[in-house]
Design a protein around this ligand. Structure first.
Ligand SMILES: [Zn+2]
Length: 132
């Protein structure tokens, strides 16, 4: 996981364009501002609000993450504890879905942004370069 890959931006919650500036206003579990995106990057000036309602598309990513979580828990409990009752599996899925929802919400937004915003290694230099 090195700078320049989308995985780096996603798991460090950094600007998709420069991979240096913060993408979110706060950490995922600060519930008052969960998932609130900085309007522009403080390092490269990238506009994180590409258009009004841009992050509504992130709900599809969130749905995918939720399904992956459900399938992962179901497959894991079925494989490692074959006799586990269904109500216990459902409870595990429900508890983890609620507990991880701020993290999944934030992850879905930054994954969605990384689909549309490309990494630019010179983004910070271009932004701080004085105009002639
Ligand atoms: Zn940036």
């Amino acid at each position: 996981m090195r700078k320049g890959s989308k995985i780096y931006s996603v798991f460090h919650f950094l600007c998709p364009k420069c991979h240096e500036g913060r993408f979110f206003i706060s950490a995922p579990y600060r519930l008052k501002t969960t998932g609130d995106v900085e309007e522009s990057c403080n390092k490269c000036g990238n506009n994180n609000m590409l258009e009004p309602g841009f992050y509504q598309g992130a709900m599809y990513v969130s749905y995918g993450l939720g399904v992956a979580l459900f399938v992962g828990i179901w497959a894991g409990t079925s494989f490692f504890t074959p006799g586990m009752q269904s109500w216990l599996q459902i409870s595990l899925v429900a508890i983890s879905s609620i507990g991880l929802s701020p993290l999944l919400y934030s992850l879905s937004k930054i994954i969605y942004a990384n689909i549309f915003i490309r990494y630019d290694m010179d983004a910070v230099a271009k932004h701080t370069k004085p105009l002639k």
